[in-house]
Design a protein around this ligand. Structure first.
Ligand code: 13P
Length: 249
């Protein structure tokens, strides 16, 4: 049985004071939650939020990291700096990183391997653009992003990998993939993992869905066989919307 994993990606929102308020509310309201939880604030709020959720059942995540450990990389944040702040998980390959900041599969793969080398859990995001879906290429795109993102990752490291399927056309648009469409891609990606690492690993890997997840659609999505959690954007910014998702019935 795979455990559900519900993660909040706060993107470029919240000052430290605002982040602290949200983190305090979540720590209190998710105390009796039954699933695995994570929040990923901006770098600037990691220390603040980390201190609040220390000892709670919520993991501390970062939204990105550099592909190098240290050096002359103005504006980047290193894995060592994240670990120093108590970060346990890093989101890599988010569609905003891929499409707005032009990160390619090779760069994302270097980040994945570096994060794993330092013992971080990785949430590797994959997902197709609308025109790719309309051209019938959704599976192919997700397969390529999965295979290239995990190139050189050993089976022994797979326990620290979570895949997040986020169809780009569903992110921040209010358009959710239907549970059936999402489940079909999740099943396909699980098969891809099976080809790479074997059936047992494919059965174990957590595949989150992301893209306009809301309290109203969370349980329908989670009911699907291959959907093991959610990576939530907009609805993660308020306890009123994140807690019901995190505690979906
Ligand atoms: P929304 O939930 O706002 O669509 O964002 C999803 C997302 O990108 C999470 O990483």
């Amino acid at each position: 049985m795979r455990n559900y994993y519900i993660a909040g990606n706060w993107k470029m929102h919240k000052t430290r004071a605002e982040a602290a308020e949200l983190a305090k509310a979540l720590a209190a309201q998710l105390k009796d939650g039954k699933h695995k939880y994570l929040v990923a604030p901006s770098f600037t709020a990691l220390e603040t939020v980390g201190a609040i959720i220390k000892g709670a059942n919520i993991r501390l995540g970062a939204q990105n990291m550099a592909a190098e450990e240290m050096g002359a990389h103005t504006g980047e944040v290193s894995v060592l700096q994240l670990k120093d702040l108590g970060v346990q998980t890093v989101i890599l390959g988010h569609s905003e990183r891929r499409h707005v900041y032009k990160e390619d599969d090779a760069l994302i793969n270097r980040k994945v391997k570096l994060a794993l080398k330092h013992g971080l859990e990785v949430i590797l995001c994959i997902g197709e653009l609308l025109e790719e879906r309309e051209a019938g290429k959704a599976e192919q795109i997700c397969e390529t992003q999965t295979v290239k993102g995990l190139e050189g990752v050993a089976a022994t490291d797979l326990a620290n990998i979570v895949i997040a399927y986020e169809p780009v056309w569903a992110i921040g648009t209010g358009k959710t993939a239907t549970p059936e469409d999402a489940d079909a891609i999740h099943a396909y990606v699980r098969k891809v993992i099976g080809k790479l690492y074997g059936a047992a690993e494919a059965e174990k890997i957590i595949i989150q869905y992301g893209g306009s997840v809301k309290p109203e659609n969370a349980s329908l999505l989670m009911a699907k066989e291959n959907i093991d959690g959610a990576l939530v954007g907009g609805a993660a910014l308020k306890p009123e919307t994140f807690v019901p998702i995190a505690k979906f019935a």
